[in-house]
Design a protein around this ligand. Structure first.
Ligand SMILES: Nc1ncnc2c1ncn2[C@@H]1O[C@H](COP(=O)(O)OP(=O)(O)OP(=O)(O)O)[C@@H](O)[C@H]1O
Length: 653
């Protein structure tokens, strides 16, 4: 008997139903098409090469038994639910349906209220979920997905494969004992070296080992750190003190990299300035302490511009350190330092190139400026200037300009800024071009945005480590993971004081003493009478350089001054000398400063600051227009008698 079309359709349908049931029970995809290499017992790790487009759902990676369990549970739950509502409680169900049918308004109102509640809950839940998974998404976007995109083709895998299925990368993969596992296809058609190279480059790894397993079905590679920097580095560790002592004068040790490799920053060879970017508690003060005490040990002079006032207690009273705590001091110090830089440039211009090359110390001793919390300090400097500036003064803070000027000065002037920023935005450091002046950058617990902004030339971004003291030191376009030498306050102090400055002499300050007769623009000459000579720096700095130390001998901070011979003479003679005739002159503050006080007071800004803040400041004796007039004799007397810094340190404590 001939089969009708209907019979054939029945057969085909029965066959399809049988297949679906078979697939259902076998835990295979119900549509029949296998998309991944998952089997009944094993989860899938990758999409099959024949699948070239379309979405591959998560369930496609599940093992057959998992799918079967899921399906049976689903069926059982549906069956039980149906039985409960439609069979066991059928009267109640029908009554409820009838009520809704006859009087739908309450049900609609409940649904509306419930809907609004549900939508609100979903929105809040979505926002919370978004925040909670932000780090994971960033991790996928920055490291896992790019690695997958690089590896899929070389490994002969479909690019549709979900990277999480075969790239097992822990979130803390930069930790010393972290282990990365990558499941690779069992076929032998890929190049191990190429794959290893891609992994190193895409995850920005250093010093890692690869352990391949190609035999059998569980084929994978394990990537682990072969050599990591030490977990902790202290001065008391064997050999560290000796290494520190042998470091070149221009290149203090920052710490150790992988394999105990010394990591240092050479201010003469690499970059004259160093940028340190770290969040609070990231170890900024430790890094500065470590670097700075080595410079002082070797004869440099440090200017600690510490708006927070207590970041570097180790440096208090250390010879060769000028500690500027309040904003007026920082303002003045920056201006003076820029002036000193200009003086050095002029001096360098007069020297033959080869002399400058051979004897760089001739321009003066190394001056290291520690600028803490640049973001906050820049803001304070601007506000301070807005408060003290008078009509006719430039709008921009001269101290901010002075910092920019110092940063642009070359390494020949031996003025170095160690600049610390919690978030070193281009604006905070004076514009994006300023970033170029820091060819050495130290980043700690950075965000990806901070890295992109500060180190755009190094990509991919190394995973930041949470380990205390673990930083990335970037020089010449290369990032080195480094464990920073952790010196305690006492050790840093001891190291700073055990070097050149320990030879019984105090370091100079930026103070200009109240002695007359120095030409106003001769910074060095003006200070010679005040500065104490620093003993020669062994090997690196011949004695000749020290004569220039007078150049720095101006203080911006008031504190009682021990009597140097010059000071004593000035102090002894000044009060008893009869006031010259012009002491009766009445002048505005600017004229008074320009004509009479520029030798005594660090800057016009300092004079204005004193007027606003010092209760001893002389009262005006008249007015010209809107400007107050002061008696010159009064101002000179006040300038002579005001408290000022001790020679060698401007530490107020
Ligand atoms: N090199 C290091 N080795 C070991 N631990 C370190 C190191 N550097 C910093 N730490 C740890 O981190 C802590 C904070 O360091 P530090 O005070 O230098 O950070 P900071 O960024 O200056 O902090 P803040 O912003 O609060 O001033 C230290 O007390 C120490 O425990």
């Amino acid at each position: 008997m001939a089969r009708t079309k209907f019979d054939r359709q029945v057969d085909e349908t029965a066959e399809s139903v049988a297949f679906v049931i078979g697939r259902f029970l076998a835990g295979r995809p119900l549509r029949g098409e296998r998309k991944t290499d998952a089997t009944f017992w094993r989860k899938g790790t990758r999409v099959l090469p024949k699948v070239v487009e379309g979405h591959v759902s998560r369930s496609s990676y599940r093992a057959g038994w998992q799918r079967l369990t899921f399906r049976i549970s689903g069926l059982a739950a549906t069956g039980a639910g149906g039985y409960w509502t439609l069979w066991k409680n059928q009267d109640a169900t029908f009554a409820a349906v009838r009520d809704v049918w006859e009087n739908p308004d309450p049900a609609i109102a409940t649904a509306q209220t419930g809907g609004i509640g549900l939508v609100s809950a979903a929105a809040v839940g979505g926002a919370v979920y978004g925040l909670a998974t932000r780090k994971r998404r960033e991790f996928m976007r920055e490291w896992v997905t790019p690695l997958h995109e690089a590896l899929a083709v070389p490994l002969g895998m479909s690019e549709l494969t979900d990277p999480r299925r075969y790239l097992h990368i822990p979130r803390n993969f930069s930790d010393d004992d972290a282990e990365i596992r990558i499941d690779v296809p069992a076929h032998m058609r890929f190049n191990e070296d190429l794959v290893a190279d891609l992994i190193v480059k895409k995850l920005a790894l250093e010093n890692v080992s690869f352990t391949w397993r190609r035999a059998g079905r569980d084929t994978h590679v394990i990537v682990k750190k072969r050599q990591a920097p030490p977990k902790m580095l202290r001065l008391s560790d064997p050999g560290v003190r000796e290494i520190l002592a042998k470091m070149p004068e221009s290149a203090p040790l920052i710490g150790f990299g992988a394999g105990k490799k010394k990591v240092s920053v050479d201010l003469d060879a690499d970059s004259p300035h160093v940028l340190i970017s770290a969040g609070t508690g990231g170890g900024k003060s430790t890094i500065l302490r470590t670097i700075c005490c080595q410079f002082i040990h070797n004869g440099a002079h440090a200017y600690v511009l510490d708006f927070k006032r207590i970041s570097h207690t180790w440096a208090r009273g250390v010879p060769g350190v000028t500690y500027c705590r309040d904003i007026a001091e920082i303002h003045d110090a920056l201006i003076r330092l820029a002036q000193e830089g200009q003086r050095r440039i002029r001096l360098a211009e007069q020297m033959a190139d080869d002399v400058l090359e051979r004897e760089p110390w001739r321009v003066g001793p190394r001056l290291v400026i520690l600028l803490e919390e640049v973001n906050a300090t820049m803001g304070q400097l601007k506000r301070y200037w807005a408060k003290i500036r008078e009509s006719g003064d430039p709008k921009e803070s001269p101290a901010v300009d002075a910092l920019a000027e110092i940063l642009f000065m070359g390494r020949q002037v031996r003025l170095h800024v160690l600049l610390v920023a919690q978030s070193a935005t281009a604006r905070a450091i004076g514009g994006p071009e300023m970033r170029e002046n820091f060819s050495t950058r130290i980043l700690v617990r950075y965000t990806l945005n901070a890295w992109r902004m500060l180190v755009p030339e190094v990509s991919p971004i190394p995973m930041p480590s949470q380990h205390n003291g673990r930083v990335q030191v970037v020089t010449r376009g290369r990032a080195q993971e480094t464990q920073v030498l952790n010196l305690s306050n006492e050790e840093a102090r001891e190291w700073a004081m055990s070097g050149i400055h320990s030879k019984g002499t105090a370091g100079p300050s930026l103070h200009q003493p109240p002695v007359p007769a120095a030409p106003p623009d001769d910074f060095a000459g003006a200070c010679n009478t005040h500065a104490q000579e620093i003993p020669p720096t062994p090997a690196t700095e011949p004695p000749a350089s020290n004569r220039d130390l007078a150049a720095e001998a101006r203080s911006l901070t008031p504190s009682p001054s021990p009597a140097t011979p010059a000071d004593t003479a000035a102090a002894a003679t000044s009060p008893v000398q009869p006031a010259p005739a012009d002491d009766h002159q009445e002048l505005g503050l600017r004229e008074a400063y320009d004509q009479h006080l520029s030798e005594t007071i660090a800057s016009l800004a300092a004079l204005r600051w004193a007027r606003a803040n010092d209760p001893e400041f002389p009262a005006p004796v008249g007015k010209r227009g809107t400007a107050f007039l002061y008696r010159i004799g009064d101002l000179k007397k006040w300038a002579r008698n005001r408290p000022r810094a001790a020679t060698g340190t401007t530490d107020l404590d």
